[in-house]
Design a binder for this molecule. Structure first.
Ligand code: TRP
Ligand code: SF4
Length: 327
């Protein structure tokens, strides 16, 4: 058993934003230093909700993987691939589906919730109900012991553990039971003060230009109590500041705190300073992404290399599975 093995997937939803940057990606970056990491684009999981219009999925994978690479997810250290390129995910999914009681899937809290949230789509499909089974297959296919996930994915991981136990009980101890490595993602606020999310249209993307980022910061909400330029403000009530403070130096934060409270700086000038800090912090990422984008074959090459590595490990597991179930 390889207890340094980590598996995590992300559904390809396109370009990533600062919320991903501070949550999942910075966590992956840390993990790849000391674990044997398998990171993949969960495109079959995207199909569970996007099956009626799949036109955007390929491009979303490319955009997402470019962001991973530019951010520092390193194909020399981690295995980076696409779920659909390793057919064993589907094979194990099928076998696990035989031992998974439907009631476990029906009582999964995210099942009803997502159906309600995405009411415009018909999600009363077999595949959507089976989302957690495929996720279990993704994880135990590599006999991973740890899975970095956010709070929202904990119910899914619990089902993975239940399915693993049931498989092992029926056929012998083939799989280690994976545990969640809970990723504490700081809540990143978007331009309008709501949680940053692509669907709210309030996100700052890792792939946008410096000018776009600058313009977005200038449009951000500030302390709404501060109506006139001569009113004193409070950075703690300022959406712009809440997003940008992490890019400011200690001295800058102090300066802004004082200047805002004493009304000695206007919000426009203050946001210019904040935007500059954010843009500078993103500059290395942006140039790396531009460099990667200029060699169009690179993403496909990295994914192909990752898939062949993943497939080797997956094939070993499937040999054990077939021996265990004798089918
Ligand atoms: N369900 C996860 C999400 O929506 C994506 C995912 C698919 C995943 N397979 C996985 C995450 C395996 C961790 C491990 O974010
Ligand atoms: Fe926000 Fe700066 Fe305006 Fe204060 S001065 S409300 S911190 S933008």
């Amino acid at each position: 058993m390889n207890d340094r093995r980590i598996v995590s997937g992300m559904r390809p939803t396109g370009k990533l934003h600062l919320g991903h940057f501070h949550g999942v990606l910075s966590n992956w970056l840390e993990l790849q230093k000391s674990y044997d990491c398998f990171f993949f684009a969960a495109d079959w999981h995207s199909l569970t909700t996007e099956y009626a219009d799949t036109s955007g999925i390929r491009e979303s994978i490319r955009d997402m993987v470019l962001d991973w690479l530019a951010f520092g997810i390193d194909p020399e250290k981690s295995t980076i691939f696409c779920q659909s390129a390793v057919h064993q995910h589907a094979e194990l999914n099928l076998i696990l589906s035989m031992v998974t009681p439907v009631s476990w899937l029906e009582r999964n809290p995210t099942y009803k919730e997502m159906q309600e949230n995405l009411a415009a789509k018909d999600l009363s499909t077999f595949g959507f109900l089976g989302y957690p089974v495929l996720m279990a297959a993704d994880i135990i296919l590599y006999r991973a012991t740890r899975v970095p996930v956010g709070h929202d994915q904990l119910p899914h991981l619990e089902i993975t553990r239940e399915i693993t136990r049931r498989f092992n009980y029926l056929y012998g101890e083939v799989f280690p039971e994976p545990v969640a490595l809970l990723t504490e993602s700081p809540k990143v606020l978007g331009l309008d003060g709501r949680k940053m999310s692509k669907s709210y249209g309030n996100a700052i993307f890792l792939s946008e230009t410096a000018e776009e980022t600058q313009k977005k910061v200038m449009s951000m909400v500030t302390d709404t109590q501060r109506v006139r330029r001569t009113d004193s403000g409070d950075p703690d009530n300022c959406v712009a500041y809440s997003l940008n403070q992490q890019y400011l130096s200690g001295a800058q934060k102090e300066e802004i705190g004082f200047a805002c409270r004493s009304a000695s700086i206007g919000c426009v000038d203050c946001k210019k300073m904040q935007a500059k800090a954010l843009v500078e912090a993103m500059a290395p990422f942006r140039s790396k992404r531009d460099e990667l984008t200029s060699s169009p074959a690179i993403v496909a090459e990295i994914l192909a290399h990752g898939a062949s590595k993943a497939a080797r490990s997956a094939a070993e597991t499937m040999t054990l599975v077939r021996e265990a179930i004798k089918v």
